[in-house]
Write a protein that binds this ligand. Sequence first.
Ligand code: ATP
Ligand code: MG
Length: 242
Amino acid sequence: MSASLSPQIAVRTVDLGKTFGKGEGTVHALKGVNFEALCGELLMIVGPSGCGKTTLLSVICGTLGHDTGSVTVFGQDLAQLSSGKLTAFRGKNVGFVFQQFNLIPTWTALENVSVPLLLNGSSHSDAQSASAELLREVGIGEKLHSLPTELSGGQQQRVAIARALVHRPRLLICDEPTAALDAASGRKVLELIKARVCSPERCVIVVTHDSRIFPFADRIAEMEDGQMKAVHSAGEWKALYV
Ligand SMILES: Nc1ncnc2c1ncn2[C@@H]1O[C@H](COP(=O)(O)OP(=O)(O)OP(=O)(O)O)[C@@H](O)[C@H]1O
Ligand SMILES: [Mg+2]
């Protein structure tokens, strides 16, 4: 295949290392992670609890700094950006569904989802109508004005997903996006992600333990003990594990 026909790389990490703590309590969460996620694909990352998945996602989206190696997102080396430029880069290009949802507790579902659009310059009324439409699509149109504390875990998760999708980011990163959802809601969320964010110039990375959503993956990467163990095509994964 000629270089010009190769898929574009959305995310590349090279020998990525991250350590927490000092002395006896040191945890080597990432021990030289090398991997690539391509434009146009939905890549899932699996691996045992504590192997470094959330740490890797946090470094890729720039909310957590790394110690060694490099991470490049759409050709931009994140370490080269000042903190202000990194925040702007993330706001424009990245949507993140956090494992713990991270909703703003004093804001309604509608206000939480509107944030990325307002930060990207939408008017208040455009942001509200687009956010309300997406909340209806994820099945919680009747909860627009509820605070996170008034929502169930699965409803909060759907608000977090809507917030990450609403500005159609080039890179969508999801940490266990279906953990609090029943099978039908989980499938609906993945269908929405596919319809809204999967395109040749975009990339979706999903960390999951949920085998019910594996069929939505183009490739599945296995992490183990702070390293990337193997990356499988969907067909290889099916042959190995299904
Ligand atoms: N802020 C932190 N301070 C200290 N140690 C941390 C911190 N965050 C993560 N760790 C440690 O780093 C390792 C990797 O954690 P991480 O959260 O990335 O795992 P994970 O693969 O996402 O696990 P899970 O599937 O349970 O969500 C773990 O040993 C964890 O205890
Ligand atoms: Mg995690």
